[in-house]
Design a protein around this ligand. Structure first.
Ligand code: GLU
Length: 472
């Protein structure tokens, strides 16, 4: 961040909400209910770390119960505070609404630096946090379903599951109390890469829209687009991977310690290996060092993808950013001031709350899998393959021609779990992109895509509240 103003993240979400609410027909009461955080649970609990007792501060916020369960990740970070968790929970409500995932928004946070603890200590903290949630009825397959977020992953989700199960023996749907689990613990294939893949599908769809690209003076398609990715965590890594595989050039990757650049494109896997081995992204053999993370943000490029934390682009550095498209893979990387700068400059900002919805979309698939107690594809894979073989055999017999072995394998293949998850995600992201763009096109006064996304979300949550009969 280039300015030192203290920023309330929740206030900035409210600001964006109010900007969009003007373009909806809901009365003030419904709007007030939509934006309010319904439940905030702040807890402090002791954990023995070495010879000391540490008092850990943690949160779980349920922003909306217009649909249940509530859904949202749990982050481990020293920046966790009530304001941040409330903002992130609110974004989850809007995100789920946009991608038609039938959950209310929630978020959790534990104020720790996970790097400072052993995995045994982290396990103790995670298990204690989970038991606090259980005691207050803040977790459960039909109540509130956590997931990974910044600083957490499948390992932490497995600890949460195990603690929950221990406290709910015999509960048949207990695997659905948390998502993002390892596959062996009821996770779904495709969850790890889901957010990055969703970011790619969303931006690819926008880039396929000729009118939108013309306005930005860009050609349609992903091929040869220059891309800068900030953050090489799970989201940044997979986003970079799908862009490279789609034919784009990832010309720079930034991390907190600095950034690297190569005009011909970087390979994220090689960069990742280098960083793991050397402890820094800098001095990568296939790239040039950029001293500051911000140097990468300000590079000449077609698409800039902030994939780390919130508020990295504000009114201070926004004027220096040259990208034509900004794809918000992180939650809240731009402040409202930055939005205004980009609206004036004509930069297209593809907003976080829909663009990074791939994670929660696949979490939804995982939750459905847990409730149905069967792996996707198990019932139909073999049937489809047998049927495809039969059809192909008939075609060959009737035409007297033979299909090549490679084509045969491709055509006959019945969908595995991962195929279905990826295609469900692709469908979700394409539909959401088109829905938001239609709203934006249908009202020329809507200033930017974020506002259009909020309008989309507000209308869906508003309809839900109205149909619940809470506001007759
Ligand atoms: N933490 C992710 C997000 O911010 C995923 C949430 C989920 O899967 O519930 O969208």
């Amino acid at each position: 961040m280039s300015e030192s103003i203290e920023y309330s993240f929740f206030e900035s979400v409210i600001k964006s909400f109010d900007k969009a609410a003007k373009f909806t027909k809901w009365d003030i009461g419904i709007l007030e209910q939509i934006k309010a955080c319904n439940s905030v649970y702040r807890m402090k609990f002791p954990v023995r770390i070495g010879d000391n007792i540490e008092v850990i501060e943690a949160y779980r916020v349920q922003h909306s119960h217009h649909k249940t369960p509530c859904k949202g990740g749990i982050r481990f970070s020293m920046a966790v505070n009530q304001d941040e968790v409330m903002a992130l929970a609110a974004l989850m409500t809007y995100k789920c609404a946009i991608v038609n995932v039938p959950f209310g928004g929630a978020k959790g946070g534990i104020k720790i630096d996970p790097k400072k603890y052993t995995s045994f200590e982290l396990e103790k903290i995670t298990r204690r946090y989970t038991s606090e949630l259980v005691k207050k009825n803040f977790i459960g397959p039909g109540i509130d379903v956590p997931a990974p977020d910044y600083g957490t992953g499948a390992r932490e989700m497995a600890w949460i599951l195990d603690t929950y199960v221990a406290m709910h023996p015999g509960e048949v749907d207990s695997a659905g109390c948390v998502t993002g689990k390892p596959v062996s613990q009821g996770g779904v294939r495709g969850r790890t890469e889901a957010t990055g893949m969703g970011v790619f599908f969303g931006i690819r769809e926008v880039c396929s829209m000729a009118v939108v690209m013309q306005k930005l003076d860009l050609t349609t398609g992903i091929k040869d687009k220059t891309v800068v990715v900030q953050g090489l965590g799970n989201v940044g890594y997979h986003t970079a991977k799908y862009f490279r595989e789609g034919g784009a050039k990832v010309i720079a990757i930034a991390e907190w310690e600095g950034a690297i650049y190569n005009a011909d494109g970087l390979n994220e896997e090689e960069v990742f290996q280098h960083r793991t081995a050397s402890g820094t992204i800098l001095n990568f053999p296939g790239g040039t060092n950029l001293k500051l993370t911000t140097d990468a943000l300000e590079l000449e490029c077609d698409i800039l993808i902030p994939a780390a934390l919130e508020n990295v682009i504000d009114g201070g550095n926004a004027p220096r950013i040259k990208a034509k498209i900004i794809g918000e893979a992180a939650n809240g990387p731009l402040t409202p001031e930055a939005d205004e700068v980009f609206a004036t400059k004509g930069t297209l900002v593809i907003p976080d709350m829909y663009l990074n919805a791939g994670g929660v979309t696949v979490s939804y698939f995982e939750w459905l899998k847990n409730l149905s107690h069967v792996r996707y594809g198990r019932m139909e894979k073999r049937f489809t393959e047998n049927m495809n073989k039969h059809i192909l055999g008939q075609i060959e017999e009737l035409t007297g021609k033979e299909v090549s072995e490679g084509e045969k394998l491709f055509i006959e293949h019945g969908a595995d779990e991962v195929d279905l998850v990826h295609s469900g995600l692709e469908e979700t992201m394409i539909t959401a992109t088109r829905e938001i763009m239609d709203i934006w096109r249908s009202n020329p006064d809507i200033p930017d895509m974020r506002t259009a996304a909020y309008v989309c979300a507000i209308n869906k949550v508003g309809t839900s509240y109205a149909e619940l009969g809470i506001f007759p």
